[in-house]
Design a binder for this molecule. Structure first.
Ligand SMILES: [Zn+2]
Length: 340
């Protein structure tokens, strides 16, 4: 009897310890960044960008499979949906698509509720749809575009979840937003910002990932690099924070070529972060640049640089950690909208 009581007591102490919130300043975020590994990213991507998912075209069966895959991963991780119960899908109706005949589709949402500032939300996004299958039956696997961003989000979510298990819940909430319809014209992210689950006024930043698994053209000698776009356009503070985090932990070569005003590629306007930026929410877009397999059936999982993908994902995690845990949200010193 005594033995049983002691045991029950021991179990409750252990369980209690795991739940006990700790001071986030005492956490070492690198410990959690290091749970993001090349091999786990590879495992995810070889499934997510396999032929089975049929190029994940918006509204088609392959995209639905991909949505179910993401939902299952979040459930396995024990990361809830902000929509409640087991509903991880924000329905994006066919009627909002203006190009072609696109069926109903869905964004996939998961979130970690913040500890002291739960009403403030950091959004980490990537699109999980791609181009589907062409008339000749070629499958566009989209391993880099944007399988790489999608699996990076799963690993970043897992790192935050491990920190939470150790008692280190971020101050602000984090929304993991896997958007649909990007290849149809940024439709899923526009639908989210038109119908936000959390008020846009309380959305403190968006870190958007679209293609971070490859070495872009002309960057063969750039070492461990990533293009950053948009970081200083609305908030100098977000840009400085991002630089500080990188200098402190990783020293990735941050390349701002495509951030130049008047860049002919106009990448700032061409992925999902723009729907946040146009609402004066500070963004950083992470991108490896285009390459010979961009938007071709040859964008496959065997061509991904997994160590580099892991390093870029760690950088995004550590940047997110800092945004989520600073005393103040990134200040918008260069707003573009008229003051209300
Ligand atoms: Zn893309």
């Amino acid at each position: 009897m005594k033995k049983i009581v002691l045991c029950a007591l021991a179990i409750s102490i252990v369980a209690c310890k795991a739940q006990q919130p700790k001071d986030i300043e005492e956490a070492n975020p690198v410990e959690y960044a290091n749970t993001i590994t090349a091999s786990e990213l590879k495992d995810h991507l070889y499934t997510f960008a396999s032929d089975e998912f049929m190029g994940r075209e918006t509204g088609e069966p392959g995209q639905k499979m991909a949505a179910e895959y993401l939902k299952k991963e979040y459930q396995t991780l024990g990361i809830p949906s902000p929509l409640g119960a087991d509903d991880y899908f924000q329905e994006v109706p066919s009627s909002v698509f203006t190009r072609g005949d696109v069926k109903d589709t869905e964004n996939v949402l998961a979130y970690i509720k913040g500890s002291s500032l739960p009403e403030e939300v950091l959004v980490i996004s990537s699109h999980y749809d791609h181009l589907g299958v062409d008339a000749e039956g070629n499958i566009f696997n989209g391993a880099d575009d944007d399988g790489s961003g999608t699996v990076a989000i799963l690993e970043i979510a897992e790192a935050f979840k491990k920190a939470r298990e150790d008692g280190f819940t971020p101050k602000r909430s984090i929304l993991f937003l896997n958007v649909t319809g990007e290849e149809k014209g940024l439709v899923g992210s526009k639908y989210y910002t038109d119908n936000p689950v959390f008020p846009l006024s309380q959305t403190v930043a968006n870190l958007n990932i679209d293609m971070i698994g490859r070495i872009g053209e002309g960057m063969e000698s750039a070492g461990d690099y990533v293009y950053l776009i948009g970081s200083d356009r609305l908030s100098t503070e977000l840009h400085d924070l991002s630089e500080e985090v990188n200098n402190k932990y990783l020293n990735v070569n941050l390349d701002y070529t495509f951030n130049e005003e008047g860049d002919p590629n106009r990448f700032y306007f061409r992925s999902d972060h723009y729907n946040f930026a146009k609402n004066d929410i500070p963004v950083i877009f992470y991108f490896n640049g285009v390459h010979e397999d961009y938007h071709r059936p040859t964008d496959t999982a065997d061509k991904i640089e997994y160590d580099l993908l892991a390093k870029r994902a760690k950088l995004i995690f550590l940047t997110a950690w800092e945004v989520a845990n600073r005393d103040e949200r990134p200040f918008v010193d260069k707003p573009t909208l008229p003051k209300s």
